[in-house]
Write a protein of this length. Sequence first.
Length: 44
Amino acid sequence: MNEFEKNVQSKRNDALDSGTGFGVSFGFFATMFIIATVIKLMGS
């Protein structure tokens, strides 16, 4: 075992962190898509 395996700084589940990152990025791009769609509909 190396030094980093003995002294773990974060014991959180990685699946929760990756799920949170996916949710935030998906929400950002969905918001951009909705804003662009609204602007396109208002312009036509």
